[in-house]
Design a protein around this ligand. Structure first.
Ligand SMILES: C[S@@+](CC[C@H](N)C(=O)[O-])C[C@H]1O[C@@H](n2cnc3c(N)ncnc32)[C@H](O)[C@@H]1O
Length: 322
């Protein structure tokens, strides 16, 4: 059996019998005015962060969600455009599609604005999306891509890039891990399917996105996720897993490389009103400017003693350079 087949089996089971402990999200289940999340969707929240950010969802975007789970985030996305077929949901597991279909019916009863046909469910694989080229404004996946091994991850990201319109965005949440993991853990198909042993260091995760051509990356959140300890897992040392929320934007790749926002800011505190770096960035005195890592490097290389550059906070929420 391949690790992809094991993954199907794990999620077939999780569709038939909701498993509250399957993923360890630290996010609260958010409900907005008039938005009620049915209990069954909450029990089937198999993600590790949120991919629903209001600022991505203006102007009735056409949305795609890959790996539907219990359907909670598709319902949250629908809240923002409320149109027939506004959100396409793709999943490879029949039982998961069926479970989410039932959950949308329950959501209809609890949300007077919502209709099940706001979500178009399609059977399909993240590695071969049943979606046209350049047709999507906002695509999302939560806790699926970390399961894929390198070649499949490459294919899945390439597929997302293909279906997005120019400047469209891929919003994701996945576990990440900065420590090496041994091959037994890495190749344990069940642990991988459970989002425990496939995670990459953030730098590698981001590189997979920029290698596919995404010109702008935003790391929006970084949070504690899980521990793999020697008593319960095949490891000699304690392994700390985090989760991140990331947006990859289909901007053209800048000639000098991607703009990767990790939450750095520059603050000019000199004697003038502002500094112009002659590279498109104006630093107003005492006003923090969000900068990408590339700009941070360029400003640091000026060796000025009146510009402070902060560390990465891994909490970027818009604005700034590039
Ligand atoms: C960890 S769950 C996450 C579910 C949902 N995103 C959430 O946050 O609750 C992974 C989801 O991806 C689906 N899945 C697994 N392999 C897939 C594939 N190759 N293509 C599309 N969906 C897949 C599973 O059926 C399941 O719904």
């Amino acid at each position: 059996m391949s690790y992809l087949e094991t993954t199907h089996d794990v999620y077939k089971e999780a569709a038939l019998t909701p498993d509250v402990g399957l993923c360890c999200t630290t996010n609260p289940i958010w409900e907005l005015p008039g938005l009620k999340i049915p209990k069954i969707m909450q029990e089937m929240n198999y993600g590790c962060g949120s991919t629903v950010h209001a600022r991505d969802l203006t102007n009735n975007p056409k949305m795609l969600y890959v790996g539907v789970g219990g359907g909670m985030e598709l319902l949250q996305f629908s809240y923002f455009n409320r149109q027939k077929g506004g959100v396409i949901g793709v999943d490879v597991v029949d039982e998961m599609l069926e479970a989410s279909r039932k959950n949308f019916k329950i959501a209809e009863e609890q949300n007077e604005w919502f209709k099940s046909d706001f979500v178009e469910l399609k059977k399909g694989d993240a590695l071969h999306l049943p979606v046209e080229d350049n047709s999507i404004d906002v695509a999302a996946q939560n806790c699926l891509f970390n399961i894929f091994k390198a070649d499949d991850l490459k294919k899945a990201i390439k597929e997302m890039h293909r279906v997005l319109k120019p400047h469209g965005r891929l919003v994701m949440s996945d576990p990440t891990c900065e420590q090496p993991m041994n091959d037994e853990l890495r190749n344990d198909e069940r642990l991988r399917a459970l989002c425990l042993s496939g995670s990459l260091p953030i730098v590698e995760y981001v590189k997979a996105l920029t290698d596919a051509g995404f010109g702008t990356i935003e790391i929006r959140a970084r949070k504690p996720y899980r521990i793999l300890d020697p008593k319960h897992y095949n490891t000699d040392e304690l392994i700390y897993i985090e989760s991140i929320e990331v947006a990859a934007i289909k901007d053209p790749m800048p000639e000098d490389g991607p703009c990767i926002f990790t939450g750095k800011a520059a603050i000019y505190f000199g004697d003038d009103d502002y500094v112009d770096d002659k590279n498109g960035h104006i630093l107003l005195k005492n006003q923090p400017l969000a900068i990408c890592d590339k700009t941070a490097g360029a400003l640091a290389s000026l060796n000025r003693d009146d510009i402070f550059i902060s560390e990465s906070t891994y909490h970027y929420d818009g604005g700034g350079c590039c």
